[in-house]
Design a protein. Structure first.
Length: 366
């Protein structure tokens, strides 16, 4: 009986929950009264339990199970007991009092959270970013570094190669030369000069006056010694052979890009020459005009290029002539200046241009 008491302690708590529900599911089962000296044991069947094992464990004789099972006539197959079945074990036998009612811990239901109002957040509108400072427009071309014209005044102020120092007929990079400059030209060691030759005179296409020269660049020279009138230099760049008698003009680092600037003066000019004597001028070519620094031009000024179409007779007034609208040819920008001339890069070409076409600046800033 001691063994049965031990089993009882393990199940009494569970039955406190199960037994109230048993009446709902096993109304046809009548629990017999227990003898005063006998306590019933309630066992929940687990996986692997058999009537043989249960009888052996609680009655110490597995052969008694058919006799002890007689109270369960409602269960046709005595071998069909399942995990979760609750059986009552007493001196009267083994009786199934609850079929397959799983034990479960009753957890109080949580109260639902009260619904919170939905608030629509307005999207924060960021303050507009300050507009960036405008970046000056820049115009670039591989031809900007080329020069092909020099005015009469600039030619007079230039120097000349007297001869190679070692009496060579022509010189190349690294050769030393002896130089001579016009009076009033200050020369110091380290100064640099462009070497060029004069190709032809340039006459103004309208006035026919001599205004300058088409030139051909050969390279550059750096002064290595200047003592009094004795000046020496060394060839540092040579595009082609350099001979004695070649002219010199101060070297200016060639521009690769030009920032567009506002025109401060209204200028009307004429194309007077081109690099290498080009006859049909188009985009990316360089031209020279007959106005310069003293006329209010600056590097970066933009122009429109036009061609006059002449005039026609006024049918209402015999002696009157009516000018025809000019033909728009393209655009140009100033890339280099002298006092009375300027070099311009053609930035837009609507049709072929030529020497003698008109160049008109944009209206001046008010």
């Amino acid at each position: 009986m001691t063994r049965m008491k031990k089993r009882f302690i393990g199940f009494v708590a569970a039955m406190a929950v199960i037994l109230p529900a048993a009446g709902l599911f096993a109304q046809d089962v009548t629990l017999g009264e227990e003898s005063p000296d006998q306590e019933a044991i309630y066992h929940t069947v687990v996986k692997g339990d058999t009537l043989w094992d249960i009888t052996e464990e609680f009655f110490e004789d597995p052969f008694k199970w058919p006799k002890l099972w007689k109270k369960n006539s409602q269960i046709k197959n005595p071998h069909l007991i399942f995990p979760g079945d609750v059986i009552k074990i007493s001196a009267d036998g083994i009786e199934v009092v609850l079929r397959g009612l799983p034990l479960k811990i009753l957890v109080p239901e949580e109260e639902p959270m009260p619904e919170l109002p939905i608030v629509t957040l307005e999207k924060e509108v960021a303050a507009p970013a300050p507009e960036p400072e405008p970046i000056p427009e820049k115009v670039g071309s591989t031809k900007i570094a080329r020069t092909g014209y020099i005015s009469k005044g600039a030619l007079k102020a230039s120097g000349v190669i007297v001869r190679p120092k070692d009496k060579k007929v022509m010189t190349y990079v690294g050769d030393d030369v002896i130089l001579s400059f016009e009076d009033g030209v200050n020369v110091s060691k380290g100064d640099r000069f462009v070497v060029f030759t004069v190709e032809e005179k340039v006459k103004h296409p309208i006035t026919r006056k001599h205004v300058g020269y088409v030139v051909d660049n050969h390279g550059s020279i750096t002064i290595t010694s200047a003592i009094g009138s004795v000046v020496e230099g060394r060839v540092d760049i040579a595009f082609k052979e350099i001979f004695k008698g070649a002219k010199l003009t101060p070297y200016i680092d060639p521009l690769k890009k030009v920032a567009v600037t506002k025109n401060m003066a209204q200028v009307e000019a004429i194309i007077i020459a081109t690099v290498e004597g080009i006859k049909q001028i188009s985009e990316n070519d360089i031209v020279y005009i007959d106005k310069g620094r003293r006329d209010g031009l600056a590097v970066g000024n933009k122009f429109g290029i036009y061609r006059a179409r002449g005039t026609v007779d006024d049918p209402l007034r015999r002696k009157n002539k009516i000018p025809l609208p000019a033909i728009e040819l393209g655009d140009a920008i100033v890339i280099d200046l002298e006092e009375d001339s300027a070099a311009c890069l053609i930035t837009k070409s609507l049709r072929a241009m030529k020497v003698g076409d008109e160049v008109l600046s944009s209206p001046p800033v008010q």
